[in-house]
Design a binder for this molecule. Structure first.
Ligand code: F0G
Length: 344
């Protein structure tokens, strides 16, 4: 039996570019749950499972890639890492850099990253550069910077990130014994869909990959760079994905597609996941489920939706959009009875 209680690089060493004895920076990432989703399964007439990537140490799938990128950076003798980020890459880079004892700087679009992610990045001691610009501009600037300075770039242009993230596909393949027919996944900078396709191909598997972008940030759907991307799902507010060709190849080669979902559809899926399935993910993650609900199963019976990050990352959006209620109440018996037992 596979030992899941080991660092990701150790668990998948035969499939990753790391040798025995290489330095290893790990927070025991990966081996995340694959949870049955009874409500979605019923709604869609298929078996739907959720890959809970929010169960990673910093609360998103980025940790799979970051353990590899930072371990490789340490192996090369690097003293600093840097990234552009909509928040999760920043939080993950900051945590792994802290663990490695190296410095970390992150460039984030000013006012556009969720509170939880900002809190994580700061508490790990990273230098946060709040850019008067969007993610795409941040990535361009950071690529220039790393071309001229000895700092390792840990965005998904870094091959180690793709290598690490492909392990989620290996886990799903292992858990389902190769039965998977379709995978639904949110798409932003397009590194993750690229990683999954690489992972499945290495296992000789070919599920159909359905990628979903937010309508206001859907360059791959529209076939053009979006200068001013906008969406409530701040994690995927990206107008010029760096893995553009790879993502299109993944969709085409797997007989899948990349399509868009509106913010309303994302938020509806977000609320449904939380209030009916008991699963609180961040809005970008809900794009996978929104897409499945919008476009249907296309005949697939075994489906996995990737929930890329956990809900606590973005408390503002959760508080603004939910099916719960707050009832103001005086500290007396009568009002308490009415508040708890009365009609909503
Ligand atoms: N879901 C979440 C929660 C993300 O944070 C991201 C990307 C994606 C989906 C999309 O993945 O970029 O590989 O297509 N977040 C990056 C960041 C851009 O900076 O944290 P992708």
């Amino acid at each position: 039996m596979t030992d899941r209680h080991v660092p990701l690089i150790e668990r998948f060493r035969d499939r990753l570019p790391f040798a025995e004895g290489d330095p290893l920076v790990s927070l025991q990432e990966g081996s995340t749950p694959l949870l049955r989703a009874p409500i979605l399964s019923e709604m869609l007439g298929a078996t739907v499972r959720l890959k809970l990537e929010g169960a990673n140490p910093t609360g998103s799938f980025k940790d799979r890639g970051m353990t590899c990128a930072v371990s490789a950076a340490v192996r090369e003798g690097a003293k600093a890492v840097v990234c552009a980020s909509t928040g999760n890459t920043a939080a993950s880079a900051a945590a792994y850099a802290a663990r490695a004892g190296i410095t970390c700087a992150v460039i984030v679009p000013e006012g556009k990253i969720a509170q939880g992610k900002m809190a994580q990045t700061l508490v790990h001691g990273a230098r946060v550069i709040s850019l008067a610009g969007n993610f795409d501009q941040a990535l361009t600037l950071v690529r220039e910077l790393t071309a001229n300075h000895p700092i390792v770039l840990v965005n998904s242009v870094n091959e180690f990130r793709i290598e690490g993230q492909k392990t989620a596909a290996l886990e799903i393949h292992e858990d389902l014994g190769g039965e998977l027919e379709a995978l639904c996944i949110p798409v932003g900078n397009a590194g993750n869909i690229t990683s999954y396709w690489r992972g499945f191909r290495e296992m000789g598997a070919a599920p159909r990959l359905f990628g979903f972008q937010a309508e206001g940030a859907a360059p791959l759907v529209e076939g053009r760079v979006i200068e001013h991307p906008e969406t409530v799902a701040s994690a995927i507010r990206i107008g010029n994905p760096v893995r553009w060709e790879d993502a299109m190849a993944a969709a085409t080669d797997s007989r899948g597609s990349i399509r868009s979902v509106s913010d309303e559809e994302i938020l509806a899926a977000f609320r449904l996941l939380a209030s009916r399935e008991g699963m609180f993910c961040e809005p970008a993650s809900a794009a996978s489920v929104a897409g499945l609900l919008k476009y249907g199963t296309d005949g697939a019976e075994q489906i996995v939706c990737v929930l890329t990050g956990r809900g606590l990352k973005d408390p503002e959006t959760a508080i603004a959009h939910n099916d719960g209620m707050i009832i103001q109440c005086a500290a007396e018996t009568g009002p308490i009875e009415e508040a708890v037992l009365g009609d909503p």
